[in-house]
Write a protein that binds this ligand. Structure first.
Ligand code: AP5
Length: 237
């Protein structure tokens, strides 16, 4: 942890009581986008970034899964698209985000995970909140299937784990309410549709954001901790 703090503040940390939150929070009051293919590690990194940035994680995937589970009109509309590995229509997603951004925890900005995914979504976002950094977690397609098919999470707190790369500790999740949960769309067949949707509809956003000078790519095909350090450094630029 001390090494992580040193990388973030760019100096030797002498006082071990310095917190990640204190190092970064004052500088980052606007929204951040975590961008990348399915299974790139957006959710994993977002979870680690909450304390460091002071920004809440806003995952459109999580919001849609909650809507499907609750059987809301949004959930009923989204369900078929999600099961097929296709993108949910922009109008549905933009309405979700417009509502979410009004909540009190979003007043200083948010950390978007899995949004925007199309240029119309990004254009709508420009009207909603300022984005200071788009962090692209780059992972080759051949790694994605093993990442997604081995994923599970804690039903209690949502922490994400992996059968091989990031297993839950032997004594269960730190939240104390360990219960394993696997996603319905985490199978080989759906992954290939999700990857196609990413390449056709989402990856053009990389150039769109690059042209705005706020795009930062990190190599996501490495250890989780190393990627966290790179992201925190990118957020200082
Ligand atoms: P969503 O829930 O957003 O899924 P996704 O983009 O496919 O991304 P994932 O959540 O699968 O992956 P992740 O990048 O968060 O990876 P994770 O950290 O879990 O969307 C689901 C569906 O909802 C979409 O298909 C679409 O239908 C719809 N939808 C959502 N948003 C939408 C939008 N804006 N517009 C339209 N439709 C929308 O990591 C994956 C696994 O790898 C984990 O097990 C983890 O432990 C492991 N792992 C993480 N990092 C590493 C590492 N460095 N090395 C090894 N393993 C690692």
């Amino acid at each position: 942890m001390a090494a992580l703090r040193s990388a973030m503040v760019g100096q030797t940390v002498k006082d071990d009581s310095i917190s990640i939150t204190r190092c970064l929070q004052p500088t980052y009051m606007s929204s951040i986008v975590l961008f990348g293919p399915p299974g790139a590690g957006k959710g994993t990194q977002a979870e680690r970034m909450i304390d460091a940035t002071g920004l809440p994680q806003v995952s459109t995937g999580d919001m849609l899964r909650a809507a499907v589970k609750a059987g809301t009109p949004t959930g009923l509309e989204a369900k078929g698209f999600m099961e097929a590995g296709q993108l949910v229509p922009d109008s549905v997603i933009i309405d979700l985000i417009k509502d979410r951004i009004l909540e009190s925890d979003a007043k200083n900005g948010v950390m978007f995970d899995g949004f925007p995914r199309t240029i119309p979504q990004a254009e709508a976002l420009e009207q909603i909140t300022a984005v200071t950094h788009v962090i692209a977690i780059e992972v080759p397609d051949e790694r994605i299937v093993e990442r997604i098919c081995g994923r599970y999470s804690c039903a209690g707190c949502g922490s994400v784990y992996h059968d091989t790369f990031n297993p839950v500790p032997a004594d269960g999740c730190a939240c104390g309410h360990w219960e394993e949960k696997r996603r319905a769309d985490d199978n080989e067949e759906t992954v290939s549709s999700r990857l196609s949707a990413y390449h056709q509809q989402t990856s053009p956003l990389a150039d769109w954001y690059r042209s705005k000078g706020i795009f930062h790519a990190v190599n996501g095909d490495r250890a989780i901790d190393e990627i966290t350090v790179d992201i925190l450094n990118a957020l200082k630029v």
